[in-house]
Design a protein around this ligand. Structure first.
Ligand code: PHE
Length: 348
């Protein structure tokens, strides 16, 4: 038997096979066929027993060397296939930097947030603290301690979402006044604003929403007067609507303040002359306010013979609608990006 010749024939066959293989899986088959246990080369080992002893080592060694050589050919092909596969993958995944980039539009603050922050900045500058309270509130803090006992007719002004007999979604931010006064223990002066969401049972339309936002203000001290309230509210009106604005306080009624007022600002469109925007009155109502009722001070632990206070409640949506000419309160809540983007967070 001419072992060298047989090996060289196998080598030729292997090289042919390797040329036509271009997948790792197929290469496994070639490997089994040429160097595996069932390979022709392995089978040749069986002839060893027929050889004289002195020839056996050389015979075995030749076959083993051939197998090693074949294995190295297969490995080389394997590396080539893997490199080719990588090259193809890179070519497929190549990024075309000349393609237009996907549209990336940065967000902007919600307009209501911008209004709140503008008002907060004004008040922080005047030494106020910003306080928050829970939206699920007790009847006691939302109503009773604000001089609105159960069955008080003025409760009808704020139709409520009750959760249990004693808890409800707060109808205004005024309970944060009570919470703060109670926390201050009836001694410390109070100077706070409280922004937040409030809820009322209302049918939603262009000017009503069952959920909206308010900014409450409260000052309690030993020398707080109506003049302080008026000066403070003028600062708010001028900050939001321009430095030429003037305000008027119209007598009104809230159970928690006495006296109480609706506050109107001169129309920024006609400066008080009368136009369509202000329904020819020259004024636009922007908030409710008043001097804190003695009952409210006392219920929160303040001695009403020593302390006085003023309070106000700003409707955030109303201010935003007037300032930015928005005709439907629902625009604030449907989150249509086309609406939100128009205002770029108020920096138009
Ligand atoms: N809480 C009142 C409301 O929601 C507004 C208000 C606050 C009025 C503080 C006077 C003083 O209608």
């Amino acid at each position: 038997m001419d072992l060298k010749k047989i090996i060289s024939e196998h080598e030729t066959k292997l090289k042919d096979a390797l040329k036509s293989v271009d997948k790792i899986e197929a290469l496994q088959d070639v490997k089994a066929q040429f160097v595996g246990k069932k390979a022709e080369l392995s089978k040749l080992m069986r002839h060893m027993k027929d050889l004289p002893n002195e020839e056996k080592p050389a015979f075995g060694q030749t076959i083993n060397e051939a197998k090693q050589y074949f294995s190295s050919l297969i490995e080389t092909r394997k590396t080539e296939i893997l490199e080719e596969r990588l090259r193809q993958k890179l070519a497929q995944e190549r990024i075309d930097v000349t393609l237009p980039a996907p549209d990336f539009s940065p967000g902007s603050p919600h307009l209501l947030r911008t209004v709140i922050e503008t008002v907060e900045d004004l008040f922080i500058g005047m030494g106020y603290l910003v306080k928050e309270g829970p939206e699920v509130e007790s009847d006691e803090l939302n109503f009773e301690k604000l001089n609105l006992p159960k069955d008080h007719p003025a409760r009808d002004m704020q139709d409520s979402f009750y959760i249990t007999d004693d808890t409800l979604l707060r109808t205004h931010t005024s309970p944060v006044q009570v919470r703060t006064m109670l926390a201050y223990g009836g001694k410390e002066p109070v100077k706070i604003i409280c922004p937040g969401k409030v809820y009322r049972r209302d049918d939603d339309d262009a000017t009503h929403s069952h959920q909206f936002m308010q900014i409450e203000g409260l000052v309690v001290d030993t020398d707080t007067s109506l003049a302080d309230l008026k000066g403070t509210l003028l600062a708010v009106a001028q900050k939001m609507f321009g430095k030429d604005r003037r305000i008027v306080l119209r007598p009104s009624y809230f159970p928690f303040t006495e006296p109480s007022f609706e506050v109107d600002v001169t129309c920024s469109n006609c400066d008080g002359a009368g136009c369509n925007m202000c329904k020819q009155t020259g004024y636009i109502e922007i908030l409710g306010a008043g001097m804190v009722h003695n009952n409210v001070l006392e219920a929160a632990g303040y001695d009403s013979t020593k302390y006085q206070g003023f309070a106000f409640g700003i409707g955030v949506e109303r201010i935003a609608m007037l300032k930015y000419g928005i005709d439907d309160i629902r625009h604030f809540y449907v989150n249509d990006l086309r609406f939100n983007k128009q205002f770029k967070g108020g920096q138009s």
